[in-house]
Write a protein that binds this ligand. Sequence first.
Ligand SMILES: Nc1ncnc2c1ncn2[C@@H]1O[C@H](COP(=O)(O)OP(=O)(O)OP(=O)(O)O)[C@@H](O)[C@H]1O
Ligand SMILES: [Mg+2]
Length: 130
Amino acid sequence: MNLVRIKEERDIVVARSAAKKIAQEMGFGLVDQTRISTAVSELARNIYLYAGQGEVHIEADCNPRSGLRITFTDQGPGIADIKLAMTDGWSSVKSMGKGLPGAARLSDHMEIQSELGKGTTVIIEKWLPE
Ligand SMILES: Nc1ncnc2c1ncn2[C@@H]1O[C@H](COP(=O)(O)OP(=O)(O)OP(=O)(O)O)[C@@H](O)[C@H]1O
Ligand SMILES: [Mg+2]
C-alpha cells in the first residue's frame, strides 16, 4: 500500500508498517528500516495531532539515487515558524519537540513546506547505500 490516509490514531501504525515493508522490499537493512519507520511514525503522528487528517505517500525513487521518498501532506493549520519547529525540544503543545528534528536526523534529506491556514507538506528521503 503506497498511499495511507491518516484519519485515526491507528492509521499511524498502518503508515509505519507500510513504509517498513516497502523499505524491506527495496533492500534496506534492518537499521535503516527502523530509522524509516520511526520517522514515518513521528511525521504521521504530527498529521494526526495537529491537522486531524492527511496523507502519507510512499514511493520508490531512482533519481538521483535509489531510495525511498515519503511525502506527508495535510490541510491543517500550517506551521508558523518552520525553523523554530525544527529546533530540538521546541513544542507548541509542551510535548518533547523531538518529532521533526528526529525525523530529519533519521533521513538523508528532509524538506518542509507550510502555509498558515493552508497546510503542511513534509518530504523525507532515505537512500540505499551505494
Ligand atoms: N503537520 C503539522 N501541522 C501543523 N503543525 C505542526 C505539524 N507538524 C509539526 N507541527 C508543529 O511543530 C511543532 C514541533 O513538532 P515536533 O514533532 O518536532 O514536536 P512535538 O510534536 O511538539 O513533540 P513530539 O513529536 O516530540 O511529541 C509541533 O509542536 C507543532 O506545533
Ligand atoms: Mg511530533
